[in-house]
Design a protein around this ligand. Structure first.
Ligand code: ATP
Ligand code: MG
Ligand code: FE
Length: 332
């Protein structure tokens, strides 16, 4: 079974070809136009997707050494995301499906982030817990099968990726700030500054308090010492990262103990964070729990995760009517 997949939910235009569950190509075009605005500008994202989509699909097919007639189905991101961005990918996929008379498979972006764990080896057996941490979501998902998963904990306000990006913005770092905090944190002391830890019951998360705590702390320090951020950048970044990682892993540990499911996976852009990857491995080693983390290229937005999800949906015979429309909402 050969699947062509398209991802365009936010600011990455990506296409991938997967054959029998193996990824043959995963081409990702990052949009740089947003950097100067400090965040993704939806209309500019849609336009960049329109410019990128044909060459990106073409390159993914060429890298996979697969021609269009060899494709059995076309998978695409249906929801959630920026509606203009989603429309470019979904309409392109639909047009191709009509032209080639091939079935269409709509994919939920967050399900796909989770199933990125089924790319490559070793793979987790079912059931497993997945900590999904991205730019818009922070969830603990109990995964029973590729098609049966339940969110058992999630953020009540900001996502973990937003916590990284917004605190980075406070420090004057460019967008997206998450990877920059990760970079500077490498040479900093994670215990240098103690930022607020939220007290949230159950398996839910909160990150807005951390952002405020960082803002007030830096404002106060900069009054006395305008160079405070520049001087202590590594220590501030290490302390912020340490706090976010602690919040995430404490809840994941709690979920493992509560459900008795100790097979732990991670997904989403923030799972590219080196502190979080290291922390999860340590948690697993401490308790003798199994830990799985996707390769970097399958953590942030990519079409390979859409392809693998499309593959499982193909096997289950879950196809999408041509009349189905993209949706910005996660409830689809
Ligand atoms: P969603 O999947 O919720 O719709 P999204 O697709 O925009 O959101 P992703 O592309 O999965 O999210 O992840 C982007 C986020 O990951 C950004 O917030 C970015 O800062 C963060 N991120 C990427 N690399 C790192 C890193 N090394 N350390 C911390 N954060 C990171
Ligand atoms: Mg992105
Ligand atoms: Fe994403």
């Amino acid at each position: 079974v050969t699947i062509l997949a398209i991802e365009s939910s936010c600011d990455e235009t990506s296409a991938s070809v997967c054959r029998d569950g193996k990824i043959l190509s995963n081409y990702i075009a990052n949009q740089t136009v947003h950097e100067q605005y400090g965040g993704v500008v939806p209309e500019l994202a849609s336009r960049a997707h329109m410019q990128n989509i044909v060459p990106v699909v073409d390159l993914a097919l060429k890298q996979a050494n697969v021609s269009l007639p060899e494709i059995d189905a076309i998978a695409y991101t249906q929801a959630p995301g920026l509606i203009g961005s989603l429309l470019v990918g979904s309409q392109f996929a639909r047009s191709l499906a009509i032209a080639m008379d091939k079935p269409l498979i709509a994919v939920h972006h967050m399900q796909a982030h989770v199933l990125a764990n089924l790319i490559g080896d070793p793979q987790p057996a079912f059931p497993f817990l997945c900590l999904t941490v991205s730019g818009g979501h922070t969830q603990i998902v109990f995964v029973k099968s590729p098609s049966d998963m339940e969110v058992i904990g999630e953020t009540l306000d900001d996502a973990a990726g937003e916590a990284f990006d917004k605190t980075a913005k406070i420090m004057g770092l460019s967008y997206p700030g998450g990877p920059l905090i990760d970079k500077y944190a490498q040479s900093g002391n994670p215990k240098a500054f103690a930022f607020a830890e939220p007290q949230i019951e159950g398996l839910d998360f909160s990150f807005s308090g951390l952002k405020t705590s960082v803002l007030y702390f830096l404002q106060k320090q900069q009054k006395e010492n305008p160079d405070f951020v520049t001087k202590h950048l590594a220590d501030i970044c290490a302390s912020i990262q340490h706090r976010i990682v602690t919040i995430l892993l404490n809840k994941l540990k709690k979920a493992a103990l509560q459900t008795g499911c100790t097979r732990l996976c991670m997904a989403g852009g923030v799972s590219a964070n080196s502190g979080l990857r290291k922390g999860l491995k340590e948690l697993g080693a401490q308790h003798g729990w199994e830990v799985f983390i996707p390769d970097f290229e399958y953590c942030t937005d990519n079409a390979a995760m859409i392809a693998i999800t499309g593959y499982y949906k193909y096997l289950a015979g879950t196809f999408t009517p041509l009349a189905e429309s993209a949706s910005a909402r996660a409830t689809w």
